[in-house]
Design a binder for this molecule. Structure first.
Ligand code: PLP
Length: 439
């Protein structure tokens, strides 16, 4: 990772824990749509979108207008969990626009406004409902940084130096991203549940991301999700879908699991649910699982009314009919063509890609470090794009869903330029990695 210049006083005071700023060492000033402008006036195309929190782009004009009107009318900003007009509007709109048309029946739980807090709440609900303690997660899974969700997050880097996190009673279950391993995966999960049932130690829940974002854009087949759902039902284990990164339209449907036709016990949402990058987290739970007593999972920031206003506007603006989802899918075809072009025009890099909607991963079969090289060289040319996967070996495309074809193409022009350079170096000899890393 690139170190920040020590002369930068603001960063000298900030903890070592800072991360994105190391890959993208610039000072952001303004932003609009899919573009961020730095304090020096340099424009960057944003293919990271707040790690999935900015599905509707930076400063989306319709949402911004709704917020300006709300703020200038002295609309209540912070309200604990009081009833407010903004919150009522959000609940009603989410129910009418998202849940009812999909035949979904859920209660809403607002919690502390980050994804990890929604996961913590989901863990507790599952424990209270079933009386069981364990929650099983998957290899490469990512569910957050607080104690409970960190236990479910697979990457050991986040657990380094933290006593106790190596004492899991159940290692992560194998994630399935390939139809050909589906039967094997389901039967191994069934065996584990069978054994646990015999020793009266069934888990409370299984938590899964239908597409693993941080874990490397690993896409679960819908048939596997259906089989997992059936297994959970068979054993009385709750199914938690963590749609924090892949929900809110990222995959082309509002929920990433829609095509599987499953009925999860609990769904966690955060990131783009707040519409404008405003913090908000939401747990959707089946009415029969609403076993909370008042205030048993509380939090000061459960009532971020600016987020409710932004979220309501995002839903009415984009999800009232199927036009936006159709647009996402149409642009996805264009993105796939551009990725196909990158792969076929740069044979020395041996690139493969996978994804759907507005989430794609690009990986080199030749050299895992290529993703990081593309990331770094793209930033130098004005494109913000991140890597993911345990070894940062996957370049992760996560542009705002509102990106125009022109903005997408501008990003891909930079990627093409970078791939040309790297391809040339790797084609010449096998030492391209070293040369490119120092480019
Ligand atoms: N779950 C998933 C699938 C995520 O991708 C993330 C964050 O990237 C989280 C949970 C944690 O969300 P937060 O960072 O808001 O706590």
């Amino acid at each position: 990772m690139q170190e920040l210049k020590a002369k930068d006083p603001a960063h000298r005071l900030e903890s070592n824990v800072r991360s994105y700023v190391r890959s993208f060492p610039f000072v952001a000033k303004t932003a609009s749509g899919s573009t961020i402008t730095s304090a020096d006036g340099v424009e960057y195309i944003d293919f990271l979108a707040g790690a999935g929190a900015l599905n509707y782009g930076h400063n989306n004009p319709a949402i911004q207008q709704a917020l300006l009107e709300y703020v200038s009318g002295d609309g209540i900003a912070h309200s604990l969990d009081f009833a407010t007009i903004a919150k009522d509007d959000f609940i009603e709109t989410f129910d009418t626009v998202v849940l009812k048309p999909r035949g979904m029946d859920y209660r809403f739980q607002f919690c502390g406004p980050t994804g990890t807090n929604a996961v913590e709440a989901a863990i507790k609900i599952a424990r209270k409902v079933t009386g069981n303690r364990d929650v099983f997660s998957f290899t490469q899974g990512f569910h957050g940084m607080t104690t409970g969700s960190l236990e479910l997050t697979d990457n050991p880097y986040y657990k380094e130096g933290l006593p106790g996190f190596d004492q899991r009673v159940q290692g992560p279950l194998p994630f399935c991203s390939d139809e050909s391993t589906l039967e094997q995966s389901i039967s191994s999960i069934a065996d584990i549940l069978q054994r646990r049932a015999q020793s009266d130690t069934l888990p409370a829940a299984i938590i899964v991301e239908p597409i693993q974002g941080e874990g490397g854009i690993n896409i679960a087949p819908m048939t596997w999700l259906r089989a997992l759902d059936s297994l959970c039902k068979q054993f009385g284990v709750l199914l938690i879908i963590d749609d924090i990164q892949m929900g809110c339209g990222r995959t082309g449907d509002f929920f990433s699991f829609e095509k599987a036709g499953i009925d999860p016990d609990i769904i966690t949402l955060s990131k783009s649910i707040g519409g404008y990058g405003l913090p908000m987290a939401l747990v959707l739970l089946k009415p029969q699982h609403d076993v909370w007593k008042p205030g048993q999972h509380n939090g000061t920031f459960r009532g971020n009314n600016l987020a409710f206003v932004a979220a309501t506007k995002a839903l009415t603006q984009y999800w009232q009919d199927s036009d936006f989802a159709d647009e996402i899918r149409a642009k996805a075809e264009h993105i796939e063509e551009r990725l196909q072009g990158l792969a076929s025009d740069h044979r020395a890099l041996d690139l493969s890609y996978r994804g759907k909607g507005f989430v794609w991963g690009l990986e080199s079969r030749r050299e895992p470090a290529i993703a990081g090289m593309i990331q770094k060289m793209s930033f130098e040319r004005g494109l913000i794009i991140e890597t993911c996967g345990r070894g940062d070996q996957v370049l992760k495309f996560l542009a705002p869903l509102t990106s125009s074809l022109k903005e997408i193409d501008r990003g891909f022009e930079i990627l093409t330029d970078v791939c040309e350079v790297l391809d040339g170096q790797f084609a010449l000899d096998g030492t391209g990695a070293r040369k490119a890393a120092s480019a």
